[in-house]
Ligand binder design. Structure first.
Ligand code: GSH
Length: 213
């Protein structure tokens, strides 16, 4: 029997990693489908009919046929459907959502843009790299101060906010962002990596399609 979830993505994609990470931490095996972006598969009508933005990730839930896009929305969906990492109360859910919006506004653009320029996936000069570095530093300062005296981003348990933010910061090195000055952030990342089911990007997203184990 195929796995309940089928994740479409590419190995180097941070947003795809976030979804794969959520699935593996929630103990949900998933089939993985490599989208051939080099050949423009993500802009062809068959894919666009399933993912309106022409991007990865896309997640199919075989239990109901839903085809979901936008990694943050997918994390919220998975929290709802698996009952895991969503927060234990309305206040926890609201705070987790607040941090998701913060990440997409303040942190992820700085890290992902710089990373994609440095890896050669996107064009951009030194001016943009400098702007990304300044924005990343400003966001990391906020996060570091928030994590002082806390184990997790929201109250006492890991939530989708931790998954989402970790799924950005794990790529900080590729963006030439040194996390060492942010001691609370690095301690939190170590805690996160100790969660049962944790997998680093290369162990989670292969270069080719793979059926669930
Ligand atoms: N906000 C989206 C961003 C997804 C995204 O940027 N995906 C990239 C790969 S990492 C992509 O598909 N790029 C191709 C394109 O935008 O045409 C999410 O979080 O899911």
């Amino acid at each position: 029997m195929p796995a309940r979830f089928e994740l479409h993505g590419i190995a180097f994609s941070g947003p795809t990693y976030k979804v794969g990470l959520m699935l593996t931490l929630a103990g949900e095996p998933f089939d993985y489908v490599h989208v051939n972006m080099m050949q423009g598969e993500h802009k062809q009508s068959a894919y666009l009919a399933r993912q309106r933005y022409g991007q990865v990730p896309m997640l199919l839930d075989r239990n109901n046929g839903r085809q979901l896009c936008q990694s943050a929305a997918i994390l919220e969906y998975l929290a709802d459907t698996t009952g895991k990492f969503g927060g234990a109360s309305l206040d926890e859910r609201l705070q987790a959502r607040e941090w998701l919006y913060w990440d997409f506004d303040r942190l992820a653009p700085a890290i992902f843009r710089s990373r994609s320029i440095r890896l050669g996936f996107r064009k951009g000069g030194q001016e943009i790299l400098d702007m990304c570095a300044a924005e990343a530093a400003s966001a990391l300062k906020v996060l570091d101060q928030h994590l002082a005296g806390r184990n997790w981003v929201v109250y006492e348990n890991a939530t989708i906010a931790d998954i989402d933010i970790f799924g950005v910061l794990v790529f900080a090195g590729d963006a030439a962002v040194d996390l060492a000055p942010y001691a609370h952030v690095t301690a939190w990342m170590e805690r996160f990596e100790a969660l049962p089911g944790f997998a680093a990007p290369p162990n989670l997203l292969p270069m080719e399609s793979r059926a669930a184990a």
